[in-house]
Write a protein that binds this ligand. Structure first.
Ligand SMILES: Cc1cc2nc3c(=O)[nH]c(=O)nc-3n(C[C@H](O)[C@H](O)[C@H](O)COP(=O)(O)OP(=O)(O)OC[C@H]3O[C@@H](n4cnc5c(N)ncnc54)[C@H](O)[C@@H]3O)c2cc1C
Length: 340
């Protein structure tokens, strides 16, 4: 059945930056049948599509002259255990954090490091969400999506999603092409804590926890995030605006020679992931304000809407950050959110 179509639909409440923008057409979908009906609708023929989840990882720079499809596919199904993992299928429209919490309550731990990441389950594969030493790819089995070109449902394995650091095929060759309807998680039956990340180590120590269980990690991550990250309900933002750049060992050596306090994390194979927040801070931009957009004072990686900023203002600030960091360090930061 064709979902209800709305015209000139306001998107301000549907993006965590809280910027004003309108969709020429807007609808909510729950399943593949509704997507098939949209494909057959003459009014929408040839129009660009934008798929929307919780709107917490995109920057709208103007009105969208096409169809915005908000995915609200519901449900959570325990598919049982095989090969040492629990498989759980979750509808794309389910809230991510609520799902992490629900699985913990069902005695299906494994996602607690990713607690409190805003947004919906269907968007989690898009940038292979990650935090505090864990990425979705490590807990992922497969997904079901609708292909907007062939108008058919497909199942994709982890290999086909081609996950990388805050990256997947959905940000590259499949950009804008697939609507994810459900994801299947793979949670190891033998739970092991992922507690090597410095912030998590300190938080557990401060709480007097020597042998953490899933609930301890969950509580620690939630507490750290509440302290560090701005709540989009209070101040518009999309979390980290830039990816941490990855450089070769030689490039790292050359940078450290000039900037001994540069923060970096060694990666397997000799490469080094640099803290983009440190680079932005060192470029003198932490806490900066340009018009109604700003660089968050407690975390330079986060750009914020200080009230009434347009997407274009935030984008201009992002470009300034990229230019100043490039000028000083010879590295061009890459944005993490999708810029529409
Ligand atoms: C305060 C804050 C903290 C954050 N912390 C983290 C963090 O620690 N780690 C991290 O990885 N991210 C983080 N993020 C970013 C964001 O929460 C995640 O990327 C999240 O997965 C986005 O989900 P969403 O439903 O809001 O996606 P949206 O913003 O709605 O969409 C993001 C992209 O995914 C596409 N998309 C969404 N749903 C679907 C679907 N069903 N099918 C196909 N494409 C789809 C959209 O077209 C768009 O390109 C943070 C954001 C905020 C605001």
């Amino acid at each position: 059945m064709l979902p209800t179509l709305y015209e000139r639909f306001p998107l301000r409440e549907l993006n965590t930056f809280g910027v004003e923008a309108r969709a020429r057409h807007f609808c909510r979908v729950r399943n593949a049948d509704e997507l098939a009906a949209l494909a057959a609708e003459p009014r929408l023929a040839g129009l660009p599509r934008l798929v929307l989840g919780g709107g917490s990882n995109l920057l709208l720079t103007g009105d969208f002259d096409g169809l915005v499809i908000k995915v609200e596919a519901p449900g959570l199904r325990d598919l049982g255990e095989a090969d040492g993992v629990w498989r759980i299928e979750v509808g794309a429209g389910e809230n991510w954090h609520a799902t992490v919490e629900r699985l913990l309550a069902m005695d299906r731990p494994g996602l607690e490091n990713l607690a409190l990441i805003p947004g919906h389950c269907g968007a989690a594969p898009i940038q292979n969400i990650g935090a505090y030493g864990l990425e979705l790819a490590e807990r992922f089995d497969s997904l079901i999506a609708w292909d907007l070109q062939t108008q058919q449902q497909v199942r994709m394995s982890a290999a086909e999603c081609d996950f990388g650091y805050r990256d997947s095929a959905f940000k590259r060759e499949l950009a804008g092409r697939r609507v994810i309807l459900a994801i299947t998680l793979a949670l190891p039956k033998q739970w092991q804590p992922v507690a090597g990340y410095a912030d998590v180590v300190h938080e557990l120590k401060a709480r007097g926890v020597a042998q953490p269980g899933p609930r301890d990690i969950f509580d620690a991550v939630v507490a750290i995030r509440r302290r560090k990250l701005p709540d989009p309900a209070a101040i518009g933002n999309a979390g980290s605006f830039f990816k941490n750049p990855i450089v070769s060992r030689e490039e790292h050596r050359a940078l450290i020679a000039h900037y001994p306090s540069l923060v970096g994390y060694p990666l397997p194979g000799g490469r080094v992931k640099l803290a983009a927040a440190w680079l932005i801070d060192a470029a003198g931009l932490k806490g900066a304000t340009r018009g109604r957009a700003g660089v968050y004072e407690k975390q330079a990686l986060v750009l914020v809407n200080r009230g009434g900023a347009t997407g274009a203002e935030i984008l201009a600030l992002a470009r300034e950050v990229q230019d100043k960091v490039a000028e000083k360090f010879g590295l061009r930061l890459q944005p993490e959110p999708v810029i529409v």
